[in-house]
Design a protein around this ligand. Structure first.
Ligand SMILES: Nc1nc2c(ncn2[C@@H]2O[C@H](COP(=O)(O)OP(=O)(O)OP(=O)(O)O)[C@@H](O)[C@H]2O)c(=O)[nH]1
Ligand SMILES: [Mg+2]
Length: 370
């Protein structure tokens, strides 16, 4: 039996087996096996195919991927948001490559990627979608661009991303596996588990783990358990923007909102824009900023004062140490302490060390060794 048939066989068996306590272990084993087989198939395909030419370089402070079907207006939106000049066409598949643009907002450089039409089966390697999806995996935020007339595309986009090991709007599973030389698999759970400990063992063994201490801190299901055992899942936040709102009249707006609700998207959480008419873009930029959770730190430079034009932009919860790393050079080596004023400081010019956690709009002065 070929790998493809094995995968189909496993998928069929999973679909046909009713899930209950007595079948849980069996299903766990099947799902874990399926994940491994898919991995194997992917490796084999990559080996033969020359590999992805979609290595978009990481630039800027954060990266946003615009994901949507052909002709929903991704390129138009990219051009409206950024300094990119992406080709726009009134026909499908204008964008054959991933187009990057840079959005400057609040002193941050946000790289926006226009990801060409994800088509059905992309995650299965058809239509060159695999490389495109691999670009999405490197982003910090996924923005679904939807047409108000084709909201159902969202379902397929989500499925494609899931199949490509992208997990949206969820934290990584709270599971740690420390492998050991012997002793089998020992499970410690800090919460009540619906899953059987034997299922945990079964899934891990399918992934080649034989001896390990496993600590579980959430009541997870089989799928998340498999995710926890695989180290190639990426966990990203996502949001929805609905484009071409210039074509939507008041009456139809209710249909759009109902369509969003049907897909568990809160209509108040979606951002409505017209890329072509440049409407709603400020709200969209604001949301991108918010979703990315970036913070600005204004550096107080000796002899030059506070640089309020070009803040140091960092992920939320960044420490002084993270700031030093981003600044590069020899700042880390020469660091003695910092003086911080603003939201994170107890008082102005508070003296802090590398572990101090910064907040948006802090002002920081570094005191360095000569
Ligand atoms: N009415 C209206 N038309 C729009 C809007 N945004 C884009 N369009 C039109 O929709 C068509 C497709 O736009 P593109 O930006 O090329 O779409 P795309 O998503 O990049 O498509 P692909 O590159 O094929 O994946 C073009 O004719 C645009 O002019 C909008 O806000 N309103
Ligand atoms: Mg395009």
């Amino acid at each position: 039996m070929g790998l493809e048939e094995e995968i189909e066989e496993l998928e069929r068996e999973i679909a046909e087996t009713p899930y209950n306590k007595s079948t849980e272990q069996h299903i766990g084993r099947l799902k874990a096996k399926l994940a491994e087989k898919k991995e194997e198939l992917e490796k084999r395909q990559q080996g033969g195919g020359g590999g992805g030419g979609y290595a978009v370089e990481q630039h800027g402070d954060a990266t946003v991927a615009l994901v949507g079907f052909p002709s929903v207006g991704k390129s138009t939106l990219l051009n409206a948001l950024t300094n990119a000049d992406s080709e726009v066409g009134a026909y499908e598949f204008t964008t054959l490559d991933v187009n990057p643009g840079m959005l400057q907002y609040r002193g941050a450089n946000i790289q926006v990627l226009d990801v060409p039409g994800l088509i059905e089966g992309a995650a299965g390697g058809r239509g060159g979608g695999r490389e495109v999806l691999s670009v999405v995996r490197t982003a910090d935020l996924v923005v679904f661009v939807l047409s108000p007339f084709e909201l159902q595309q969202y379902d397929r986009l989500q499925q494609e991303l899931y199949d490509n090991k992208v997990r949206l709007d969820q934290e990584p599973p709270s599971v740690t596996v420390s492998e050991k030389g012997r002793g089998g698999i020992r499970v410690t759970a800090s919460v009540d588990l619906d899953l059987d400990e034997d299922t945990v063992g079964e899934v891990l063994r399918q992934h080649g783990v034989v001896n390990a201490d496993v600590t579980i801190r959430e009541n997870l299901d089989v799928d998340r358990l498999v995710d926890a055992a695989m180290d190639n899942r990426v966990y990203l936040p996502s949001m929805v923007t609905v484009n071409k709102m210039d074509l939507v009249d008041r009456g139809y707006l209710e249909t759009v909102e109902a369509g969003l609700r049907e897909r568990d998207i809160d209509p108040d959480e979606a951002v409505y824009v017209s890329a072509e008419q440049g409407k709603g873009l400020d709200a969209l930029k604001e949301r991108l900023w918010h979703e990315l959770g970036l913070i600005r730190v204004y550096m107080d430079k000796p002899g030059r004062g506070v640089d309020s034009d070009e803040p140091l932009v960092l992920p939320a919860e960044s420490s002084v140490g993270d700031a030093l790393e981003k600044l590069g050079g020899d700042f880390e080596e020469r660091f003695r302490f910092a003086r911080v004023s603003g939201p994170s400081a107890k008082h102005d010019d508070q003296q802090v060390g590398e572990d101090h956690v910064l907040e948006d709009e802090d002002v920081m002065r570094l005191v360095l060794r000569k």
